[in-house]
Design a protein around this ligand. Structure first.
Ligand code: FMN
Length: 191
């Protein structure tokens, strides 16, 4: 699918610093992007660099500090990456306790094609609340890239820095565009 708008939500984990890779992948395929960060996630990113690249304010609260009061474009797809243990559990429960979680909750409810890429270590991923959260999100139709079939596994505790280098930004984009294409075909009645 060529062209569309990708909403990106980043959480407070190391790979957030590399989100420009996702923005660049999208732009290469003529997609526009906007970035929303959780209140903790904002400390992990270079806000001016992202704003320069996307041409839009990074949002993390209901207040808009840069004076850019335009509402976000309608999203053709949503990628939540990196998604923390904390935010994945919250999204599965439907908690909307900050701007990012509120917009995620609503976009999933509107059935916007959604891809979540967790960045969690094996100790966190072993917890039953997390395993339940992933199962529940998948049940709801959210694509969670995790497990051997997605070639994206939780890393051993303490090895996040190494794993960060292989964060699957391109796969996240390709998965999101695939879902968006399928959704568009279903709506238009074309195969
Ligand atoms: C330097 C640093 C790195 C972190 N890395 C991760 C991580 O890789 N995965 C994770 O789930 N939490 C990680 N955390 C913990 C989260 O930041 C913490 O749970 C936070 O509350 C998540 O907020 P958010 O889900 O609203 O973004 C890290 C924290 C710090 C300070």
């Amino acid at each position: 699918m060529t062209g569309g708008h990708l909403q990106i939500v980043i959480c407070a984990a190391g790979p957030a610093a590399d989100v420009t890779q996702l923005i660049s992948a999208a732009q290469k395929h003529s997609w526009t992007t906007t970035v929303t960060a959780t209140p903790n996630g904002i400390d992990f990113i270079d806000v001016p660099a992202i704003e320069e690249l996307t041409g839009a304010a990074v949002r993390s609260s209901y207040r808009v500090s840069s004076g850019d009061r335009r509402s976000l474009p309608a999203a053709d797809a949503l990628v939540i990456a990196p998604a923390t243990y904390n935010s994945i559990n919250k999204i599965a429960l439907g908690l909307a306790d900050n701007y990012a979680m509120t917009s995620v909750t609503e976009l999933i409810g509107r059935q916007v094609p959604t891809v979540i890429v967790p960045f969690v270590n094996a100790a966190l991923a072993a917890r039953s609340p997390f395993r339940r959260a992933v199962a529940s999100l998948r049940d709801e139709g959210v694509r969670v890239l995790l497990g051997p079939e997605d070639q994206w596994e939780p890393h051993p505790p303490g090895s996040g820095k190494d794993r960060q280098r292989t964060f699957p930004w391109t796969t996240a984009f390709e998965t999101a565009t695939g879902l968006a294409h399928a959704a568009r075909s279903a709506t238009s009645g074309h195969g």
